[in-house]
Design a protein around this ligand. Structure first.
Ligand code: NAD
Length: 497
């Protein structure tokens, strides 16, 4: 799809016009306070744009507009087939602007351009199109009553929903939220992460171009602490959908309880086990184990950050993973050959350094990496890092690093592997590598995680639900199950005797 070179992308970046204003009631507008914040390119530390810094007063304006749009029925009462047309048109517009969106996402997040082009933007387009296409194919229910009664089970939109998303997959997670929430007729207020607002803002303009009525989608960039809290505590928001860290997810639950019990669906952190049995295809498993942790700089909620290896092969296997890690050295995100880009900011870089220090102090043995990489002046790059000699009760094995740091932990047998895998507050994902079909099924059945991948990692597409067990969350993005998060079930019982 693209044969653009590093120089081509750099040229395009230099010519890019970036929208940094909020999108409220169908218009790009400044924050009411007039405040802006600088949006920084993690690849080189340079400013990309000034972004509207919205606060509680902008939230009020956006909520009022969203409520008005919802009550008017201009979107919420539209036949699903009509909503479909708009959403599919929107997906088509994203596709027309795919290179621009991929470039914005790469500049904003430090992600490799090949990923933002072929994964993030492609996934967002597919997600919107799929949800648009799906919504006029879902039927409500009629209960199995006797002849004198009619029991209708119908769905209605929640009303006004707030979507709060993180910085690691802004475009993809935004589409996971907006696709089903808009398809089912809600009005939505989107709050992107404060450091990655660019594609969210661009998406809003394209939605208007596709025919989405004013007020149905509002995009408010701004800080989580003040703006996010104001939205989440608001009495006139009916639901909130969130992807981000577990501590903030817990706060949103509290805000819901303190306000109006708004429906709250959370996709949170992880410390996912990737379990390798000695009978697996070890070369393939090793390559994928490296990808499972180093993809997206390790800033992936489902990262396979705990490598559980059968003890008889652990040294041999970790050596193979270390070899594969050499293929993940960081590079300039705009170079199409780069597979690992820059960490999002100094704070995340410091977090990675902190955890490398923790692992070392806990007695883990460094196999490779453990230090910054020099790629582009001003950017935060870190080498793929692997520790072995780790036990599951160490801090480094229990806490989410959210960076390119892998720990290898030995296990004795199937039962031991399952016990170690499940010994975590998280339950987001798990990889299992074995050529024994029975073992694959037995282990998969015992794992406490929302996604289990046998002989692959990161498998799945829009057709299967995605979400966590335990402290990895309670919601489900993707598939028709996502519609459940954005609709209320209503039972209407009619006496027809
Ligand atoms: P974060 O929790 O710091 O921020 C997420 C969003 O919440 C941002 O938009 C932020 O501005 C907002 N926010 C922060 N404080 C808030 C508050 N008090 N009230 C309301 N909103 C607030 O997370 P992050 O650092 O942006 O993202 C990394 C985390 O996200 C990791 O833990 C990762 O595992 C998780 N994540 C989970 C999934 C998933 O689907 N399970 C996907 C991607 C990322």
């Amino acid at each position: 799809m693209s044969d653009l070179t590093l120089a081509d992308w750099q040229q395009r970046a230099a010519e890019l016009s970036i929208e940094g204003r909020a999108f409220i009631n169908g218009e790009y507008v400044n924050a009411l306070s007039g405040k802006t914040t600088a949006d920084i390119n993690p690849a080189n530390g340079q400013k990309l744009a000034d972004i509207a810094c919205c606060g509680p007063e902008d939230a009020e304006l956006a909520i009022a507009g969203a409520r008005k749009a919802y009550q008017s029925g201009v979107w919420s009462k539209l036949p699903p087939a009509e909503r479909k047309k708009v959403i599919v048109r929107w997906a088509n517009l994203l596709e027309e602007h795919q290179q621009e969106l991929a470039l914005l996402e790469s500049l904003d997040c430090g992600k490799p351009i090949s990923d933002t082009l072929y994964v993030d933007s492609a996934s967002a387009i597919n997600t919107l199109r799929w949800n648009g296409e799906a919504v006029d194919k879902v039927y409500d229910e009629i209960a199995p009553t006797g002849p004198g009664e009619l029991g209708l089970v119908t769905r209605m939109p929640l009303g006004v929903v707030v979507a709060i998303v993180p910085w690691n997959f802004p475009l993809a997670t935004t589409a996971w939220k907006l696709g089903p929430s808009l398809a089912t007729g809600n009005s939505v207020i989107l709050k992107p992460a404060s450091n990655t607002p660019l594609t969210a803002l661009r998406l809003a303009g394209l939605a208007k171009e596709a025919g989405l009525p004013d007020g149905v989608l509002q995009v408010l960039p701004g800080p989580g602490g003040s703006l996010g809290e104001a939205l989440s505590l608001h009495m006139d928001i009916d639901g909130q959908t969130f992807t981000g860290s577990t501590p903030v997810g817990k706060m949103l639950m509290e805000y819901s309880a303190k306000s109006n019990l708004k429906r709250t669906f959370l996709e949170l952190g992880g410390k996912s086990p990737n379990i390798v049995f000695a009978d697996a295809d070890l070369d393939k498993a090793a390559k994928m184990a490296a990808l499972a942790i180093f993809y997206n700089q390790g800033e992936t909620c489902t990262a396979g950050s705990r490598l559980l290896v059968e003890e008889s092969i652990i040294d041999e296997f970790v050596a193979k993973v270390a070899e594969a890690a050499k293929g993940h050295m960081p590079g300039n995100p705009l170079d199409p050959n780069t597979v690992m880009g820059a960490l999002i900011d100094k704070k995340q870089f410091d977090t990675v350094e902190y955890y490398v220090d923790v692992a070392t102090k806990e007695g883990a043995e460094l196999v490779c990496g453990g230090k910054p990489a020099q790629v582009v002046e001003g950017g935060y790059y870190y080498e793929p890092t692997i520790f072995k000699g780790v036990r599951n009760n160490m801090q480094i094995a229990q806490e989410e690093v959210f960076g390119p740091v892998l720990v290898a932990i030995p296990f004795k047998d199937e039962a031991d592997a399952v016990a170690i895998a499940n010994d975590s507050i998280y339950g987001l994902a798990c990889g299992i590598w074995t050529n024994n079909l029975g073992r694959a099924h037995r282990v998969a059945a015992e794992i406490e995680a929302g996604s289990v991948w046998v002989n692959n990692y990161f498998g799945g597409d829009i057709t299967v639900p995605f979400g966590g067990f335990k402290q990895s969350g309670n919601g489900r993005d993707k598939s028709l199950h996502a519609f459940d998060d954005y609709t209320e079930l209503k039972s209407t019982w009619i006496d027809i005797s």
